[in-house]
Design a binder for this molecule. Structure first.
Ligand SMILES: [Zn+2]
Length: 294
């Protein structure tokens, strides 16, 4: 199995279900009634899905959680691949994010440091979605929390760092591309504020970058192995806020399924793997996740 992140583009589904809720009648009164009926039915379906997800969680002993960008959008951190995602709206920014461009072009690095200074991550706070996952720990059910996010908000929410695997790295630290030097991001940003446009490694002079996995960089094999192991050995997999379109991490869902685990998917819109799920809960994550986790 390759441990290089494969990006599946063009896989994002339509934005929610709003588009299918067309008001077709010409009689306004009749149309309004129909719309209210649809809204009631949708609320009923959501209540039902939340109840079924809660029931599965009650029965589970070892829950592996996978989170993606959708859990952090209510903390005002933009996602990348959703309908309003950074890369959906600006594909050039995606190409700029490759490791090859970063290494070969000092101007790309200068711009990257300025972008890091202004990142919305520094002001972001965990939302009720992040915090509700603590319930799994207090109920002694959390097996592993795998996240595709690099924002560090699960740490801020108080999740046990020993049980978090950040498969795409973290913006909270910098890493040298030539040696194994690593340091807090805030120290590097202090150097940028003091006038360095492209701070280098204080140990070997190499290029520093946020400790995230860029395009063209390999994932950390040990992290992927740990995620896959946790998918194999859980009895329930809870996928939250991920379109499940970025591999290999999304593979934890079919791995868990094949190992006999139940699957719950919670997301704002459709995912690539809804057909594998026992329950799909579609709604605002910061609202429905606390309801599911109790
Ligand atoms: Zn170095």
């Amino acid at each position: 199995m390759s441990n290089r992140p494969e990006r599946h583009d063009g896989t994002q589904g339509p934005a929610g279900r709003e588009g299918t809720d067309r008001q077709e009648g010409t009689d306004r009164k009749e149309g309004t009634d129909r719309k209210e009926g649809t809204a009631d039915r949708r609320a009923g379906e959501l209540d039902d899905a939340v109840s079924r997800a809660s029931a599965l969680l009650d029965l589970a002993d070892r829950v592996t959680v996978l989170t993606g960008a959708g859990i952090s959008t209510d903390s005002r951190i933009p996602d990348y691949r959703g309908p309003d995602g950074v890369w959906t709206k600006n594909p050039e920014a995606e190409r700029q994010a490759s490791i090859q461009r970063y290494v070969s072009d000092p101007e790309v690095r200068k711009r990257a440091w300025m972008t890091r200074l202004d990142s919305p991550v520094w002001a972001a706070e965990p939302n009720p979605g992040h915090r509700s996952l603590l319930r799994l720990e207090s109920r002694r059910k959390l097996h592993l929390l795998i996240t595709q996010n690099v924002d560090g908000l699960h740490h801020d929410a108080g999740s046990d760092p020993e049980r978090i695997v950040e498969v795409h790295g973290t913006v909270r630290r910098v890493a040298c591309l030539s040696c194994d030097y690593s340091a807090p991001m805030r120290d590097a940003l202090d150097r940028v504020r003091a006038g360095e446009t492209d701070p280098d490694c204080s140990r070997c002079g190499g290029i520093l970058k946020s400790a995230t996995i860029s395009f063209g960089q390999n994932l950390v094999a040990a992290d992927i192995a740990r995620a896959n192991e946790a998918a194999t050995t859980c009895d329930l997999l809870l996928a939250v806020g991920s379109t499940l379109a970025v591999f290999p991490v999304a593979r934890v869902v079919p791995i868990a399924k094949m190992s006999g685990a139940g699957i719950i998917i919670v997301n704002g819109g459709p995912t690539e793997m809804d057909d594998l799920a026992d329950v799909v809960v579609s709604g605002s994550i910061s609202e429905v996740l606390p309801r599911i986790l109790g």
